[in-house]
Write a protein that binds this ligand. Structure first.
Ligand code: GLA
Length: 364
């Protein structure tokens, strides 16, 4: 950091998707939560056009020069540099700075470490170089960085959750209305995230393939997006079987999200949990974005007393599950799941008992 320059801070958490799998890019609805693990950023403006980035728990150091233009390099710094580039394109007066990131969030676990890195950068940068950007626009700028700079076609879920999460609340995102509501979540309930030990990589082609299949279903049904179709309408439609299965996941997920909102209003954790387990079944049967390891974790978790339901979280194809558990039973369930999974599959899982935490806005 340059002597005499003020130091700014930001924190952006990882997120866990609770229901609404792959609905975000189908103009659908999602329920998610910020967790307490995330990425901290500390930085100072430099007064020139150089950007230096260093990290602990991510991947080292990087430097770039704004005057020479920012270009993706296929390394971790594409995320922060992509955010800087998109902020500048949106008119933000971003100059050179030094930034340091510290992560206590497992990377590649489906907990959106990439969105946390983007949001931490965006919040830090707009604190160092103040500009008038709404929190939702900041989320969109971060998504744009990931879509156009990093080259991953994700929806808005991860960035919104990391920004708008709030302790003891879940985030309800309506991707068509582009509205975000924080809904109270019973404090006796906790989230147990269990990483399967098998990495997930969204840069693999499966995510984009699922996306295309969903768009194809919408096109064949003559609607703008699968948000416009109910499960009953889909069942009656004449579509190729594979495309119909993919679409059934999306229509079912949208419906489960609305049911889950009712369950939350009634304080009914058990019903919420059952919807999560139904979501996982649909991932297995319709969307084929689960893996034998994620299936094993879900199956073991839901057998444990004090667990209300479980499902894969995020893109799928590896990564982690999330289980809805009684907070007081969380540690015991974590131990049992890890032990039974090792015996059953030979893989070493890592369990993270979590409480719902604050997003970047609330964490200030
Ligand atoms: C990944 C993407 C999100 C969303 C989920 C699936 O996490 O980054 O935008 O599509 O998969 O719901």
């Amino acid at each position: 950091m340059i002597r005499g320059m003020p130091t700014f801070h930001a924190f952006a958490p990882g997120r866990v998707e609770l229901l609404g799998n792959h609905t975000d890019y189908n103009s659908g609805v999602v329920l998610s939560a910020a967790i307490q693990m995330g990425i901290r950023a500390e930085g100072s403006p430099r007064g020139d056009s150089t950007i230096t980035l260093s990290s602990e728990g991510i991947e080292g150091t990087a430097a770039a020069d704004l005057a020479a233009g920012l270009k993706p390099r296929g390394t971790w710094d594409d995320y922060p540099l992509g955010v800087v580039e998109m902020l500048r394109r949106a008119g933000a007066p971003v100059g050179g700075f030094d930034a340091r990131f510290t992560a206590d969030l497992p990377l590649g676990a489906g907990l959106s470490s990439s969105a946390a890195l983007e949001v931490a950068t965006a919040v830090l940068t707009t604190r160092m170089f103040p500009c008038d950007v709404s929190p939702l626009d900041l989320a969109k700028i971060c998504r744009r960085a990931e879509n156009e700079f990093v080259g991953v076609s994700c929806g808005l879920l991860d960035q919104v959750s990391s920004i708008f999460g709030r302790r003891d609340h879940v985030v309800f995102l309506d991707c068509r209305a582009e509205s975000v509501v924080q809904v109270p979540f019973p404090s006796a309930l906790g989230l147990l995230i269990v990483h399967s030990g098998v990495k997930h990589a969204l840069t693999g082609g499966e995510y984009n393939e699922r996306r295309d299949q969903c768009f194809e279903a919408a096109r064949r049904m003559g609607v703008l997006a699968l948000r416009d179709v109910t499960s009953d309408q889909l069942a009656a439609a004449d579509l190729p079987p594979l495309v119909k299965h993919r679409a059934a996941h999306i229509t079912g997920e949208n419906e489960r999200v609305f049911e889950a909102l009712d369950a939350l209003r009634a304080g009914d954790g058990d019903r919420f949990g059952k919807l999560m387990t139904a979501s996982h079944r649909s991932s297995m049967e319709n969307f084929a974005n689960s893996t034998p390891e994620l299936d094993a974790l879900v199956e073991i978790a839901i057998r444990q007393p004090g667990c209300h339901g479980a499902r894969l979280t995020g893109g799928g194809f590896g990564g982690a599950i999330v289980a809805l558990v009684d907070v007081e039973a969380s540690g015991r369930i974590a131990e049992a799941v890890v032990a039974e999974y090792l015996t059953g599959t030979g893989h070493r899982a890592t369990a993270y008992p979590c409480l719902v935490g604050d997003g970047a806005l609330a964490a200030a």
